[in-house]
Design a protein around this ligand. Structure first.
Ligand code: FRU
Length: 477
């Protein structure tokens, strides 16, 4: 307990000690949740509990590397105004001494139950994993109850990220795992009381359900029913890039199909990436009191690019995406920014641009603003847009491409998706990020970028005559 208080005191000191350097960083975001200091990765424990939204996050408050993780904690009444609370979980027990890793939250009999992975390493750097429980009456103070599920036979210690939900009278848990043959899997456990858990087996994975070789580890699974489909979100590691697919180091995507908890099976179709951009990983969803399925992702990735983030010199790195409402249409996930974000709109500017081929229209925008671009008719070809002299969007020959400067500014990189036609764009621009929603959430590109502070122009061009509506709402706070 004493150690626990000291650890928490050190976190507060780390945050206070970095306040001024971080406060002066031009790359700090204004719509997005960020670490108050240090490194943030996965969103955890998303829950709408007693009318309050809770978003926890993987957090190393003491540095910008992936060290021992705590659970940072943000709360909100409305998904737009967030308050940072004291860290919910810190790595201070034998079963989590090297990190309170990712997990989820559920409500039961008025209490909040957090499930997380206790990460432990020995002197030889060998890993052990414990699936743990912590309980809270008020959603602020958590009492750890310790491990509730041990590592089952047939799996390596890469077994983590419990996501729990209720189905009928029993509780189910899906976890990310690696079996002893080195294949990634999503596995299932069940419980009648949230305290004792029974391992059931894999529901999907590499070389299961006819999937073929599909990665050496699956992280951060989530399983839910939406619009008449069962959806399994997973983050496979070890997929090779193929054309426009799997361009990031690790992938975040989903399968839709039919889940049968009784048979411990999930019949599913092909894997689809959730986001086409450069910086998206480890998403998690919650169902809120209005019944919406809301997803938040990590706007980052554990890869070499982390070392060239310009924010490192201000002792912080990474952020979460905006909350997005999910829907399923013809087996495909559609993502839209939560409508609550519209309450942040400042004074609107709206132009009707009667554009001719080869003409370029330029608008100056606020570095934190919502942008909408609508076309008089579906574009089949020929659109381009440049954002703050860094991001370039091109729609040409059935391909929608987003290009940006590399973080170290030595080159350019791009991501692309095939797209039949372009109807509209909605872009949340923040000081060092852009979330680009294409055709009302049919595709999303999430990108961090680090433009020069003086460049605040957006320019657009079309290759055929069109009326283009351009709207901007600067963030009003
Ligand atoms: C995903 C992940 C999880 C793990 C956590 C540790 O980014 O590797 O599998 O629980 O991060 O911070």
């Amino acid at each position: 307990m004493v150690q626990n208080m000291n650890y928490r005191k050190c976190i507060v000191e780390a945050v206070n000690g970095n306040r001024s350097v971080i406060g002066n960083d031009v790359h700090r975001l204004r719509y997005h949740l960020m670490p108050p200091a240090g490194l943030l990765n996965d969103p955890n424990g998303l829950i709408h509990f007693k009318g309050v939204y809770h978003v926890f996050f993987q957090w190393n408050p003491f540095g910008t590397k992936h060290g021992r993780k705590s659970w940072g904690h943000y709360v909100s009444q409305n998904l737009t105004d967030w308050t940072l609370e004291e860290a919910a979980l810190v790595p201070d027990e034998w079963y989590d001494k090297d990190g309170c890793y990712s997990g989820s939250a559920v409500e039961h009999e008025g209490k909040m139950y957090l499930f997380f992975t206790g990460n432990v390493k020995n002197e030889r750097n060998e890993r052990s994993t414990y699936q743990c429980l912590a309980v809270s009456d008020d959603g602020m103070n958590f009492e750890k109850k310790g491990p509730v599920l041990n590592l089952p036979e047939g799996y390596t210690p890469h077994f983590r990220d419990p996501k729990v939900w209720k189905e009928g009278s029993r509780w189910l848990m899906v976890l990310g795992a690696q079996n002893v043959s080195g294949q990634g899997e999503a596995v299932l456990a069940q419980s009648s009381d949230l305290e004792e858990w029974e391992f059931l087996g894999p529901v999907a994975g590499s070389n299961i359900n006819g999937l073929g070789n599909f990665g050496y580890m699956w992280e951060c699974p989530d399983l839910f029913r939406l619009d008449g489909e069962d959806v399994l979100i997973v983050c496979p590691q070890g997929l090779e890039a193929k054309g426009d697919f799997y361009q990031n180091l690790y992938q975040a995507g989903y399968f839709t199909g039919s889940f049968d908890a009784g048979k411990v099976s999930f019949e599913h179709g092909t894997f689809a990436e959730l986001d086409r951009g450069f910086d998206f990983y480890a998403p998690q969803t919650m169902q809120d009191d209005t019944g919406r399925r809301i997803m938040v992702g990590w706007m980052g990735m554990t890869d070499d690019r982390e070392q060239s983030h310009p924010t490192l010199s201000s002792n912080w790195i990474h952020a979460l995406t905006l909350p997005r409402v999910l829907g399923v249409k013809a087996g495909k996930i559609i993502q839209k920014p939560v409508p609550e974000l519209e309450t942040l709109r400042g004074a609107e500017t709206r132009y009707e641009l009667n554009m001719h081929p080869s003409e370029i229209c330029t608008e100056t925008v606020s570095p934190a603003s919502e942008i909408a671009v609508n076309f008089d008719e579906s574009l089949k070809n020929g659109f381009e847009m440049e954002i703050r002299k860094d991001i370039r969007i091109v729609f040409e020959n059935g391909k929608f491409t987003v290009e940006r400067d590399t973080f170290d500014k030595t080159g350019r990189e791009q991501r692309a998706v095939e797209l039949e036609c372009l109807d509209k764009l909605q872009i949340y621009l923040d000081h060092s990020s852009a979330e680009i929603f294409v055709n009302a959430g049919e595709e999303v590109f999430t990108c961090r970028f680090f433009p020069d502070a003086e460049n605040n122009d957006i320019s657009i061009g079309v290759s055929e005559k069109h009326t283009v509506e351009f709207c901007q709402w600067p963030l009003e706070r």
